[in-house]
Design a protein around this ligand. Structure first.
Ligand SMILES: [Fe+2]
Length: 194
């Protein structure tokens, strides 16, 4: 029988590892459609298809009141001017919230409420916490020079909906311009690339 009291894990905030978990890897080619600059994306894939992020998850139990959690490690890098970022998702169970706890590095979380369209970019960094309410799409962006490592805790039954984001993408894009981090409207970035 499953013993919840034996479910102690160890994590390493520098390496982004979690004991007993094999990290899932996301390489650049798997992020087709995420970045605004198609040409820069194709060039970066051709140049070596780098590892963009890993997620090491723990799923201790699957009951209605249970929690799952995972450590994400998002590597530093850019595609054109746009910083490395995760695919981003909504939860299949739309009202499921999530808490992100920053462990290492510096970045932003793009948040977008699918009911209102309201969007924001909130800092995610070591010693910071971002609360993601239900119905809010979330994507992590590494704006620093070292891995961005964070712990996400969410209802066991939240599930992941990547399809809605793959269709619509986020309204905001995070780029480096003149040595500064800027959050721009995707529509403006796409217009400037034409
Ligand atoms: Fe999530």
């Amino acid at each position: 029988m499953h013993d919840p009291f034996s479910a102690v894990r160890r994590y390493d905030p520098r390496a982004g590892t979690l004991s007993g978990a094999v990290p899932a890897e996301r390489r650049l080619r798997e992020l087709a459609g995420v970045f605004a600059d198609d040409k820069a994306f194709a060039a970066a894939c051709a140049a070596g298809n780098p590892l963009v992020y890993t997620v090491a998850s723990a799923e201790p139990a699957d009951g209605a009141g249970d929690l799952h959690y995972g450590i994400g490690t998002l590597y530093p890098g850019r595609v054109g001017a746009e910083f490395f970022q995760t695919k981003g998702h909504l939860h299949a169970m739309r009202d499921a919230a999530e808490t992100y706890i920053g462990l290492r590095g510096k970045g932003l979380m793009l948040l977008e409420d699918e009911r209102t369209g309201a969007c924001t970019a909130q800092p995610l960094e070591a010693n910071g916490i971002v609360y993601v309410p239900g119905f809010v799409a979330h994507r992590t962006v590494n704006t620093g020079n070292e891995p961005l490592v964070y712990l996400g805790v969410y209802p066991a039954r939240a599930g992941h909906d990547y399809g809605t984001i793959a269709e619509k993408n986020f309204k905001q894009v995070v780029v480096e311009r003149n040595g500064r981090v800027e959050v721009l409207a995707r529509a403006d970035v796409l217009a400037s690339l034409r």
